[in-house]
Design a protein around this ligand. Structure first.
Ligand SMILES: [Zn+2]
Length: 216
């Protein structure tokens, strides 16, 4: 199965990507992993990407696309893959479509993790990090009443990334960038939404159910 996973920050996308890929016995291909592999492997593309990153610039689309193409050409991706973090926008989706057509294949499905915005805010803004051991607690899920780490006695704090205002802003940016991509895939009749609220295993189970009719 060839699939793309999309979902907002706080939807547990990274975790689901791993579980779904492993259930389907296909490689999970995330842009973050591809970047790191190219940079640490010292490939030409990696060197190029690093030049941009060292300058604090965004890595241009064509470099990212070339890395994705290389990765999708590898042996383990021939029977299927799960893409996480690519495509990010409609132009990239069109390029991916062309690229796969050149390989003689096509996407089977685009799985969207759907979450309620307030639920994401509750999930992320409730996180407290231990200043000593780095462990993360949750005010609701761990029923954390004090600001003390139960593991090491260190004091807990809220990371800037987890502040409600920051979370809301990231969600807005995501909606702006991804809404057109989601509509594009809906028009291509590839989009399937899965409710991403609730325990991790439950969401994976729902995702596998949604994918079942599309398996070969
Ligand atoms: Zn601690």
């Amino acid at each position: 199965m060839r699939l793309v996973l999309v979902g907002p920050p706080g939807a547990g996308k990274g975790t689901q990507a791993q579980f779904i890929a492993s259930n389907l016995s296909i490689p999970k291909i995330s842009t973050g992993d591809i970047f790191r592999a190219n940079v640490s492997g010292g490939t030409e593309l990696g060197k190029l990407a690093k030049e941009y990153m060292d300058r604090g610039d965004l890595v241009p689309d064509e470099v990212t696309i070339a890395m994705v193409r290389d990765r999708l050409s590898e042996d383990d991706a021939q029977e299927g893959f799960l893409l996480d973090g690519f495509p990010r926008n409609v132009p990239q989706a069109e390029i991916l479509k062309k690229m796969l057509a050149e390989f003689g294949v096509a996407l089977d499905i685009v799985l969207e993790l759907v979450v309620d915005e307030d639920e994401v805010v509750r999930r992320l803004a409730g996180r407290r990090t231990c200043s000593q051991c780095g462990r993360i607690w949750h005010v609701d899920f761990d029923d954390k009443k004090d600001d003390i780490c139960d593991a090491c006695g260190g004091s807990l704090y809220q990371r800037d990334d987890d502040k409600e205002e920051t979370v809301r802003r990231r969600l807005e940016v995501y909606q702006e960038q991804t809404a057109p991509l989601v509509s594009y895939y809906a028009e291509e009749e590839l989009l399937v939404g899965v409710d991403a609220a609730g325990p991790v295993e439950e969401v994976t189970r729902r995702a596998m159910e949604a994918l079942a009719p599309h398996a070969d």
